[in-house]
Design a protein. Structure first.
Ligand SMILES: [Fe+2]
Ligand SMILES: [Fe+2]
Length: 361
């Protein structure tokens, strides 16, 4: 019997490697094989996890659950793999950020050149100046030009802010359900960005704009899933509720992978700085971050703060506990946590207003 089981597992592993060979070549995806094997091995077992294959599926009217629709890890994974393997199907990095990154990497670049590149996208300039002049930055004198913002904040900060203010196009979909999810995710991400900058400032870390962007990007992998396979997102959200588990754990069951891994994969394709990739890949397990643990820790806590304050929705029905390693790294105590929560709550509306051009701030 044991031999039979081992044989079956061997066959399953073979099948996983056959079907996902391309993705598994990527070092970031190595860990996925084990999870997929577990999912597959469990599907015929008597103790298959609830929701693994037989998730209740809501009717199109959103009413009572209709008979079970059989969807498993392989189904979603086989839908996701071609998308992850084909750069043309992935969201593309905002072109303005790309052009600006090249410029800001050249030490001989000038503020005027940055302003010239930004001048090609007046809407981004408007958002950038609105953000820099919002109460979140607390500037004594308002900045009226890109060159002025560069002089005041530096190239790197402006580059980060350009990414922040040119990302809204990514959070759009033609599917109304996915679009509503993306809108909530965008709010959640802005909340996380605000909290991340506050946490980094209180911890005394430098280049706080980097943390702002890391917070804004942290759930990028969810965008990929929502754009390419929105059913997988909905199933994961439902499983997280019914099993009282974290969204990323539900994703592992439903998709055989999770948004942190997918986001890191995309971040690498975009050639984002390693610190931002660390925020993408390790924000749920900051203690495991080998590189840039401070970014992983800040984004981890910021995600929790944004969730706890109920800013938008990330699909995660529960606020996770704060990781011990992150808590230690950030010298977190009750007073500091309260300060972070209170400041995020009061600063968020102005930033949302600046980025989205609404009038809440
Ligand atoms: Fe996440
Ligand atoms: Fe999140």
């Amino acid at each position: 019997m044991i031999t039979d089981a081992l044989d079956a597992k061997g066959l399953v592993l073979e099948e996983v490697h056959r079907r996902f060979a391309q993705v598994l070549e990527d070092p970031l995806m190595h860990g996925v094989a084990g999870e997929v094997v577990e999912c597959l091995a469990a599907r015929d077992g008597e103790n298959a996890p609830r929701g693994h294959l037989n998730l209740p599926f809501e009717g199109a009217d959103g009413g009572a659950a209709t008979p079970v629709k059989k969807i498993g890890a392989l189904t979603f994974r086989s839908a996701l793999v071609p998308i992850l393997s084909d750069p043309a199907q992935l969201p593309s990095i905002p072109i303005l950020y790309l052009r600006l990154s090249k410029l800001t990497q050249d030490p001989s670049s000038t503020a005027a050149q940055v302003a010239e590149v930004l001048g090609t996208d007046p809407a981004s300039v408007t958002r950038l100046l609105r953000l820099v002049n919002s109460p979140f930055y607390g500037l004594r004198n308002p900045v009226s030009s890109v060159a002025g913002a560069v002089r005041l904040l530096g190239f790197d900060a402006v580059n980060s802010l350009v990414l922040a203010t040119s990302m809204d196009g990514l959070f759009k979909s033609t599917s109304p359900t996915a679009s509503a999810r993306m809108e909530q995710l965008w709010y959640h991400s802005i909340g996380c960005a605000v909290a991340a900058k506050i946490i980094a400032s209180l911890a005394g870390f430098g280049d706080v704009e980097q943390y702002f962007v890391a917070g804004l990007l942290h759930d990028l992998g969810k965008l990929v899933v929502l754009r390419s396979c929105p059913d997988a997102f909905e199933q994961s959200a439902r499983l997280a509720v019914s099993d009282e588990t974290q969204f990323a754990d539900a994703e592992n069951v439903v998709c055989g992978t999770n948004h942190a891994l997918i986001g890191a994969l995309l971040g690498n394709r975009w050639s984002l700085p390693p610190s931002l990739v660390a925020g993408l890949s390790q924000h749920h397990h900051p203690g495991q971050a080998k590189a840039h643990p401070e970014v992983a820790a800040v984004v981890h806590l910021a995600d929790i703060v944004s969730l706890g304050l109920g800013i938008g929705s990330s699909g995660n029905p529960f606020v996770p506990p704060i990781d011990n390693a992150a808590s230690k790294l950030l010298n977190l105590d009750a007073d500091r946590l309260k300060a972070i929560i209170d400041t995020t709550e009061s600063e968020y509306p102005a930033v949302e207003s600046a980025i989205l051009g609404t009038n809440k701030g």
